[in-house]
Design a protein around this ligand. Structure first.
Ligand SMILES: Cc1cc2nc3c(=O)[nH]c(=O)nc-3n(C[C@H](O)[C@H](O)[C@H](O)COP(=O)(O)OP(=O)(O)OC[C@H]3O[C@@H](n4cnc5c(N)ncnc54)[C@H](O)[C@@H]3O)c2cc1C
Length: 452
């Protein structure tokens, strides 16, 4: 790394030992055997750890002047190599920016590097909570969630992160010789939402918060998979029940849920739930109607803070796959969305078609005025060609696949148009194309400057 560049960083803390750099150059890209082969050697030359916005501006200016690529990083729990430096340069570790600035009128203003777990603890002290959080709540940051995530616990009520109203404001630093601060409000926050840090270094976020609910973790066991899905559909469509999560997990996956081995009956599919206390009785009534038995109930806060316990959310979303990977590194996963009209038929056809090759995991979420059934099924991996075929066969059945085995925004995109808007915005705030290069496939920088 050029000495003048290092000097331009002044006294900002850095990590420059090989092991430390490698550790901060990786995320959960290895979930995908395809990305593992493509990205395993990617590493930064230096990790820079700003303490405040002033430091971020200094680093951004130095990168623009010396042509050094900059990859922002929160907790590094992203899945698609999102926070990995494809072209070397520096990783900008944002975790030093960790202050909750204020909470008022149903909104919170927070620095981007704050851990979600810590943020919720501080909000709880004021009787509030986040609308949604990823299952990586204990290790991920709020900035990483907005810039890299999609949704999570809470999406059953509030939809995806990029649904209007879920992010109210964002303050970003541009990557120019003289960095600018830009305040994005309302719909303009789409420019940084799930943009993998390609459209500005986010230093602060403004988000809606809700009055705290003491969520109850529940596990319900069923005799067969379709009964579990039918319960999930009735439960998620019941407007009187406050709910945060509903995941259907097949009996092929539950043996990997070692922590809950004593409560989950052998051979039974389950539904994992987070329910408001007032919803526990009606949930039990709906479960009984589908032959379900409640086998576990606990306060979520107790589950996440007591070291002898585990919260149900660490078995939902991408954690379902992680629980399997802890015991069997030969599996991977696919992400799907089922059309509601043909959902049951599609599930039955595909279960028959794939047999033991696909281990079923469904998540229910709010999509506009509907509840959508999405899949994050575990797949026994053999070859890249077969994995492509498994995804293609889902598509042939009419099921949408969101490919988690690609590392750029466009190939994983649900909404290509907004990516074009982002590329246009990026021309102004990252003219040299130094912000997380390689993640926006179709971006052509306005100017050329490379480290030399
Ligand atoms: C086991 C497991 C479970 C998961 N569950 C969920 C889930 O429930 N829901 C979900 O949405 N995701 C989930 N994910 C993905 C990921 O954990 C989340 O999206 C998480 O919120 C990312 O936060 P992070 O701080 O780790 O971000 P990182 O991985 O560090 O970064 C993610 C992206 O954001 C960019 N970025 C980070 N901070 C900034 C910043 N301040 N400014 C600009 N860009 C920035 C990075 O460059 C990167 O592109 C899961 C992943 C794993 C491995």
């Amino acid at each position: 790394m050029h000495e003048d560049f290092r000097a331009a960083l002044g006294d900002i803390p850095v990590i420059d030992d090989e092991v430390g750099i490698k550790r901060k150059s990786r995320d959960f890209f290895w979930y995908s055997p395809i990305l593992f082969e493509q990205l395993r050697d990617k590493t930064a030359e230096l990790v820079v750890c700003p303490r405040d916005e002033k430091d971020v501006i200094m680093v951004a200016s130095a990168c623009a002047r010396f042509g050094v690529p900059l990859t922002p990083r929160g907790g590094g729990t992203g899945n698609y190599g999102q926070s990995m430096p494809f072209e070397g340069g520096i990783v900008l570790d944002m975790m030093g920016l960790d202050r909750l600035q204020w909470v008022k009128d149903g909104l919170a203003r927070v620095q981007a590097g704050k851990l979600l777990y810590d943020l919720d603890q501080e909000l709880w002290a004021q009787g509030k909570e986040l609308r949604m959080f990823p299952s990586t709540k204990k290790t991920a940051t709020i900035g990483g969630h907005i810039c890299g995530g999609a949704g999570g616990l809470g999406s059953l009520t509030w939809g995806f992160l990029d649904d209007r109203g879920n992010v109210v404001g964002a303050r970003i630093v541009t990557l120019e010789e003289e960095p600018r601060i830009i305040e994005l409000r309302g719909n303009d926050t789409d420019l940084i939402n799930r943009s993998f840090g390609t459209t500005g270094i986010v230093v602060e976020l403004e988000l809606p918060v809700e009055n705290r609910t003491h969520w109850r973790d529940m596990i319900v066991a069923f005799d067969d998979f379709i009964s579990a899905v039918r319960f999930a559909q009735e439960f998620t469509a019941s407007p009187g029940i406050g709910k945060h999560a509903c995941a259907v997990v097949d009996s092929t996956i539950t043996p990997y849920f070692v922590h809950f081995a004593k409560v989950i009956p052998e051979g039974k599919p389950i539904v994992l739930l987070m329910v408001a206390p007032s919803g526990v009785i009606p949930t039990a009534e709906i479960a009984a109607g589908h032959g379900g038995t409640i086998v576990y109930e606990e306060d979520m806060a107790e589950g996440e803070s007591n070291p002898a316990k585990e919260p149900v959310y660490e078995y939902c979303w991408n954690h379902t796959t992680l629980q399997v990977l802890k015991h069997d590194r030969s599996v991977t996963y696919i992400q799907t969305v089922f059309p509601s009209e043909t959902m049951y038929r599609d599930i039955e056809v595909l279960r028959e078609l794939f047999g033991d090759e696909v281990l079923w995991h469904l998540e229910f979420i709010r999509a506009g005025s509907d509840i959508a059934c999405t899949g994050a099924s575990v797949v026994r991996y053999t070859t890249a060609d077969r994995l492509e075929e498994v995804m293609a066969l889902h598509e042939k059945q009419g099921v949408t696949v969101v490919n988690p085995h690609v590392s750029n925004l466009e190939d994983g995109a649900r909404d290509v148009v907004s990516y074009r808007d982002r590329a246009e915005f990026k021309l102004g705030i990252d003219p040299y194309g130094l912000l997380n290069p390689g993640k926006m496939r179709d971006y052509t920088p306005a100017k050329i400057r490379r480290a030399g």
